[in-house]
Structures are given as C-alpha cells and as structure tokens.
Design a protein around this ligand. Structure first.
Ligand SMILES: Cc1cc2nc3c(=O)[nH]c(=O)nc-3n(C[C@H](O)[C@H](O)[C@H](O)COP(=O)(O)OP(=O)(O)OC[C@H]3O[C@@H](n4cnc5c(N)ncnc54)[C@H](O)[C@@H]3O)c2cc1C
Length: 370
C-alpha cells in the first residue's frame, strides 16, 4: 500500500512510526527545510504518555521529560485555590509529563530513521482519482498514492484542497510563550488566574520552566501581536509564584506571541484523503491534549489500515471510532476557556471548591483507551 503523509510534525511522525512498526513504510514530506525553532513546552496528560508508549517510545520520552504529579491553582494575588492530584488520577494509564516540544520531535524523528523524510517539499495539489489520489508537489512533480494523510497542521493544505476550504477560526485568545530558568523551584503544573488572563508554568527539564501567558482578546484588538512590554504590563498585578517570571524576563529571551485558532472540518476523511492531528481537530490548548490526540489518531489509523479490511471500510471505521473523543476534547476545551473568562469572583470560587471535580469531569473519558 502506498501512503503519503503530509507534514512531519508530531502527528505525521507518530503515524510514520505506527506504520513502520506494522511493516509499512510511508512517504513523508515536510514543507520546512529543517527542524530549527521547534516550539516551546508540552504538557502531556496520562493518555498522551499511554499513546506514545503504544509507539514503543515511553522510555525514550520519560527519560527526557519531567514527571508532573499535581496541578496547583492560584488567583493572581497568589492565593492558593486548589491542588489536583494528577498522579493519582492517571494511575494505571500513564504519568503526566512536561518536556520541550523539540525534544519530543527529535525522539519521534529518530524513531522513524529508516523512513526517508523529504524536507523542503510541500503538497501543492491533491486530486481524488479512481482508487487513490494524484498529488502534485511544489516542485511540480506528481505521484499517485492509495492514501494521502493530511498531518499538515492547523493551516492544512490537504484539508483545504480535499475536505474543507474554511480557514481556522479565532478562539478569542492570544498567548505568549517562553522558557525561563526555574529559580523558584516550581515542580508542578502551576497556574494563576484572573478574569480573561491566565499565567501558567511547568518544568520541562531540571532547570527550565515553560511559561504560557494567555489573554482573552476580541478579534481586531489592537493588542494583537503584542510585545513583551505589553505582556509585562498586562500581567503586572500577578504576584508570586509566577508573576516574578515576567518581571525577570531577560531582553534576549525569545518570547513568541500568537493568536490561538481552531478547526472543525465537517468530516475527517473523504475518498482516499484522511486528516490527523491539528489538521483534523486543532483546539484551544486548555486541555493540553494536542500531542496526545495526534498520537492516538496515529495509532488508531495505523490499526485500522492494517486490520485487513479494504481501505474505504478502514477509513470509515477509523472516523466513526475517533469522532466522539475529538468532540469531547473540543467541547471541554471550549468550556475551560469560557470559565477563564468569567468574573474572577466566580472562576476562583469554582476552582477553589470544584477544581478536582472539574478536572475529573474533563479527563475521565480519556482514561479509557482511544
Ligand atoms: C499555544 C499552544 C500551546 C500548546 N500546548 C500544548 C501542550 O502543552 N500539550 C499538548 O499536547 N499540545 C499542546 N498544543 C497543541 C500541540 O502543539 C499540537 O496539537 C501538535 O503540535 C499538533 O501536531 P501536528 O503534527 O498535528 O501539527 P504541527 O505540529 O503543526 O505539524 C504540521 C507539520 O506539517 C508541515 N506542513 C504544513 N503544510 C505542509 C504542506 N503543504 N506540505 C508538507 N508539509 C506541510 C508543517 O511544517 C509542520 O511541520 C499547544 C498548541 C498551542 C497553539
């Protein structure tokens, strides 16, 4: 079977790995010429660890990651609201981990070493033909495949050409991300909340924190693409444990600002084209499920493709099995975003008195295997 994977991000490489372990070598093309600037930090909930374990990568990942045993919630003045014992919650499934995204990406890349990845090559066109797809690349070369997998992220070309031309939609949040030295010794997923503002940090190695600051912003808000000075001004009233991280920001520390966008294509496959990862279901990162969902997609799709059914039946079965979980994560992510925009008096009460209950509600369905 001839399979093309468009995109060598976390989803595409996970699928290449899952297929390789089942005896299939897919072609992988990646638009980027190299792997420099491979993102910031990742939080991996227990179901993500389990999915990467299914790829045989658990020991490589856990050796390079920091176990995150609890989630601590504070208001912006540093008053403790609640603590979720995430280690206990995910017991029997997999540990929660923090790590740099670049490290995760390198582990996946190394794990598919026998698969040639064509970097600097993008998909320019996809056409369904009898029993497959005719793909045109950006160097004008063409090739026919039995199956094309769009693992090409939020702004997926494959999705636009073959499934849904609609662009991503803005979630109403913008965010800044950077790495900082962990002088404060933060050892948990730690979050501080105020109305429409969230400041979060987690360790990603022995000495480094990944810091994420989120701001609810109406579309067209002049603060979009905001500078680090604005980040510091907007969160100036945040105290310890996380506020000092912003005030100690070094001028040469890279700080990245982006709008957060989501996609909801009407279907995840059409004919011989299927979408996985962010191309299929990018959501707000409030559940930190992007990498885990991408890896679950990959394992399930590889299982479906190699189960012995014809490809059309396999894709239909994959989509039917995957959709309820995708819908759940999307719905819960949106709910969590809405809670963050409530007046502080309400959201902090919710976190104080129902933090663990809300966590359990969001994640319990994900304890079951995808
Ligand atoms: C602010 C923020 C914070 C996040 N935090 C977390 C977190 O803590 N934990 C977590 O699990 N998830 C998190 N996520 C989500 C997670 O990063 C994504 O879900 C995940 O990276 C998706 O992987 P992907 O492979 O689907 O897409 P991508 O990582 O975007 O990879 C797509 C690849 O396709 C390539 N490509 C694009 N177009 C083409 C083309 N035409 N031809 C060939 N190649 C192409 C791109 O260059 C890229 O390499 C966060 C997301 C955001 C925005």
């Amino acid at each position: 079977m001839k399979i093309l994977i468009a995109g060598a991000g976390l989803a595409g490489l996970s699928l290449a790995r899952a297929l390789l372990t089942r005896g299939i070598r897919a072609d992988v093309v990646e638009r980027r010429p190299d792997w420099t600037s491979s993102g910031f930090g990742l939080f991996l909930p227990g179901n993500a660890s389990r999915a990467f374990a299914e790829l045989g990568l658990f020991s490589a990942i856990s050796q390079s990651a920091v176990p995150i045993r609890r989630q601590d919630f504070y208001d912006h003045r540093g008053r403790h609201l609640s603590t979720v014992d995430s280690e206990r919650f995910w017991e029997g499934c997999g540990p929660c981990l923090g790590m740099p995204r670049a490290v995760m990406h390198k582990i996946l890349l190394d794990s598919v070493a026998p698969v040639p990845i064509r970097t600097g090559r993008a998909i320019a066109d996809v056409r369904q033909v009898a029993g497959g797809c005719l793909v045109t690349f950006d160097d004008w070369s063409c090739e026919t495949y039995d199956l094309v997998v769009g693992a090409d992220g939020l702004n997926s070309t494959v999705r636009r050409l073959a499934i849904d031309p609609a662009p991503p939609t803005y979630t109403g949040n913008g965010c800044w991300r950077f790495f900082a030295d962990n002088h404060a010794g933060i050892d948990a997923w730690t979050v501080m909340v105020a109305k429409g503002r969230t400041l979060l940090a987690e360790p990603v190695d022995r000495s480094t924190l990944y810091v994420y600051a989120e701001l609810a912003q109406a579309a067209g808000d002049p603060r979009e693409r905001a500078s680090r000075a604005e980040l510091q001004a907007i969160f100036a009233d945040f105290t310890a444990p996380l506020g000092p991280l912003l005030r100690q920001l070094q001028p040469d520390t890279p700080v990245h600002f982006s709008r957060i966008e989501a996609v909801q294509p009407p279907v995840c496959f059409r004919g011989r084209v299927v979408l996985i990862g962010d191309a299929a279901h990018a959501t707000s990162p409030s559940m930190a499920e992007g990498a885990g969902m991408a890896c679950e997609d990959a394992v399930l799709l590889a299982d479906a493709i190699t189960a012995g059914d014809d490809l059309d039946t396999a894709l239909g079965r994959y989509a039917a099995r995957r959709q309820p979980r995708v819908d759940w994560v999307r719905g819960q992510s949106e709910t969590r975003d809405r809670i963050r925009r409530l007046p502080a008096a309400i959201s902090t009460r919710l976190l104080r008195f129902a933090g663990t209950r809300m966590y359990r509600r969001s994640y319990t369905p994900l304890l079951a295997k995808a």
